[in-house]
Write a new protein. Structure first.
Length: 189
């Protein structure tokens, strides 16, 4: 008999609903940016003719493929996470892994986009607009992730210490699952 673990929404330092919205917003934004970059991929003659011997073109290509990879990873994490969230079985471990991977990818995209803009600082064309869009899509996710993993968690611990103690007395150690006895319908002694 297959048993699915149920997770209590209030027993995690992560706000599941906010994280799902954050991932969804990020996925939609990255799809838009990927479409914008894909539209420019075949029209890179201006980049190839720049004075930097193709470095601007290489940076644009690398950043575009990074954004595409980030979009795929966003979709891979967001769709199953939403399905598990609806079933009340979204585990904190999955949320942490997804958040860390997406943060790493989008930090890389932001860094590459900033480098591309700094390298071609005197020139501002549609390719630099693409880099700015990449950074615009990446920053809210990084900011939201930091806020909900650090600031919100500190506030919650400071203002709800008693409620948290009551809510967390009846759970297992690290993964916030209900005790085995409750899942099996066994009365605890």
């Amino acid at each position: 008999m297959k048993i699915r673990t149920h997770y209590e929404h209030s027993k995690s330092p992560w706000s599941r609903k906010v994280l799902i919205w954050l991932w969804s917003f990020q996925t939609i934004g990255s799809i838009i940016v990927t479409a914008f970059a894909a539209a420019l991929l075949d029209k890179r003659d201006g980049l190839k003719e720049r004075w930097d011997d193709g470095l601007a073109d290489a940076l644009f290509l690398i950043t575009s493929f990074l954004v595409f990879s980030s979009t795929v990873i966003n979709i891979i994490f967001t769709i199953p996470a939403y399905i598990h969230y609806r079933k009340n079985s979204l585990s904190p471990m999955w949320m942490m892994i997804g958040s860390v991977w997406m943060a790493l990818f989008w930090l890389t995209v932001i860094a590459m986009s900033a480098w591309a803009i700094a390298w071609s600082a005197p020139i501002f064309q549609v390719y630099e607009v693409s880099c700015l869009l990449n950074m615009t899509v990446g920053f809210p996710y990084i900011g939201g992730l930091v806020y909900y993993s650090v600031v919100y968690d500190r506030w919650r611990k400071n203002h709800k210490r008693t409620a948290d103690a009551e809510a967390t007395n009846d759970r297992n150690s690290l993964d916030s699952r209900k005790p085995f006895a409750k899942d099996q319908g066994i009365t605890k002694e």
